[in-house]
Design a protein. Structure first.
Length: 192
């Protein structure tokens, strides 16, 4: 059955095929499913590093980074393969601070996997593309503990509200970036 809002579903809930990359990035969160997915991709050999990002938050007792790191270690990811960014308080900082961490380590990813919540995938991708303008992103979207998916987000208000908030943020946060994205020297910034 088709709905008038199918275009929102298609825009907000997406992922790409996953291929070899330089790093797996996780833009914060208190949802264990994010690191579970990143660890699985790591163990399958898709990238040599995982970079979870996130500072202190009321949703976890430590930093989001430490919360995600601990899950990764429990899942058998070597501690040396989990890079550290533990100061970010929002998605823009997740991206900016992750870029700084990678630069300090001499890692300049040409391809990266972004592991994020299914309904956060579009905003996370747009945010990371601002800082990583020479990186092609592969997106692995994850159903988190809210259970929101492309097939059920429209069935009740508890799922509609967070999806529509994400959609609204995209309009608010990115309108002024569009002119920069269409400049010819910025056209290398894409999703595969």
């Amino acid at each position: 059955m088709s709905y008038p809002f199918d275009c929102i579903t298609k825009f907000m809930f997406f992922e790409t095929n996953i291929d070899l990359a330089d790093v797996i990035m996780v833009p914060g969160g208190s949802h264990p499913q994010l690191m579970e997915s990143a660890a699985e991709l790591f163990h399958q050999g898709f990238a040599p590093y995982i970079l979870p990002s996130g500072g202190s938050t009321p949703n976890v007792k430590t930093t989001e980074w430490e919360f995600l790191r601990d899950i990764g270690i429990k899942l058998g990811v070597p501690e040396k393969a989990i890079l550290r960014e533990d100061k970010a308080t929002n998605t823009f900082e997740n991206s900016r601070f992750s870029k700084q961490v990678l630069q300090q380590m001499g890692i300049h990813p040409t391809k990266a996997i972004l592991v994020c919540k299914s309904y956060h995938a579009r905003r996370a991708l747009l945010t990371y593309q601002i800082d990583f303008n020479e990186t092609a992103f592969l997106v692995e979207s994850v159903t988190d503990k809210t259970g929101i998916t492309k097939d059920n987000w429209f069935l009740d208000d508890k799922k509609i509200t967070p999806v529509m908030k994400e959609l609204t943020k995209i309009g608010q946060y990115f309108a002024h970036h569009i002119p920069n994205w269409v400049r010819p020297d910025r056209l290398t910034n894409r999703t595969l």
